[in-house]
Design a protein around this ligand. Structure first.
Ligand code: MN3
Length: 256
């Protein structure tokens, strides 16, 4: 399928989700919709079938986030890096006892040992990047509104304070990892970081568990072509492409 058709179908399906979640669930090309893929795209009708995940199509062109995130970084990051996580996740789940479970369930089962490293790293890689692409977009510069804005103000004092704290956290990630804004069990927002492709849903692996609503990839592959060692410049640029309307959707689901 050509990219333009992909986008068109994605838009139609995205519209479909607004009016009919059932239609959406039964649609066979569900993976072209940029939602976070928690469950396998195959195996629904046959629960013993192996999970097969797919990289979600971007809703925007690779160059759409310029000058903040460059086209080549986006293309390599989405097609090659995310592509590899998905390929390796499918391989790791083949014949595995967890093959028919959704990723969110799998995340809660992970323990701090080396037993499931391939699923941990590649499952996290798939989930984290799916959230990342979904909460980015062109012409998105702005501030949160509504309940999310109120909660950010209540938790961090102001949106500017939140950004400062989020950037500080992202700067402390040594090597590869992520910075997160999540909703905890108490329904309050908190900032945290994880190493590698771990995320706050992996409750046995993190200091504080929660449901992530915004993730920032601070692996060098996310920024090195444009920013080299200047991670802080990348972090500042990131806020120009955050879709707060999408973060608000994730937040609304997390506090349900
Ligand atoms: Mn990445």
């Amino acid at each position: 399928m050509k990219k333009r058709e992909f986008i068109k179908n994605g838009a139609i399906l995205a519209l479909g989700t607004l009016v009919s979640p059932i239609l959406f669930d039964s649609c066979k090309v569900v993976h072209t919709v940029p939602v976070i893929e928690d469950s396998p795209t195959k195996g629904g009708a046959n629960p013993t079938a192996a999970a097969v995940y797919e990289v979600p199509a971007l809703e925007y062109e690779f160059n759409a986030l310029e000058p903040h995130i460059d086209a080549m970084t986006m293309e390599i990051h989405h097609d090659k890096h995310h592509g590899a996580y998905v390929k390796n996740l499918n391989k790791a789940l083949e014949g595995h006892e967890w093959a028919t479970k959704g990723l969110k369930d799998i995340f809660t089962l992970l323990e701090n040992n080396d037993k499931h490293n391939a699923i941990r790293n590649n499952g996290g890689g798939h989930y984290n990047h799916s959230l990342f692409w979904r909460t980015l977009g062109p012409n998105a510069a702005g501030v949160p509104s509504g309940k999310l804005a109120e909660e950010i103000n209540a938790s961090f004092g102001s949106f500017d304070n939140f950004k400062t704290k989020f950037v500080e956290a992202a700067m402390t990630v040594f090597g590869s990892g992520w910075a997160w804004l999540s909703v905890g069990a108490d329904k309050k927002l908190f900032i945290s970081t994880t190493a590698n492709q771990d995320n706050p849903l992996m409750k046995n692996l993190v200091a504080k568990a929660g449901i992530p609503v915004l993730g920032l990839d601070v692996w060098e592959h996310a920024y090195y072509l444009k920013y080299q060692n200047k991670r802080k410049d990348y972090l500042a640029a990131f806020f120009n492409v955050v879709r707060w309307d999408r973060v608000a959707e994730e937040y609304a689901n997390a506090v349900k």
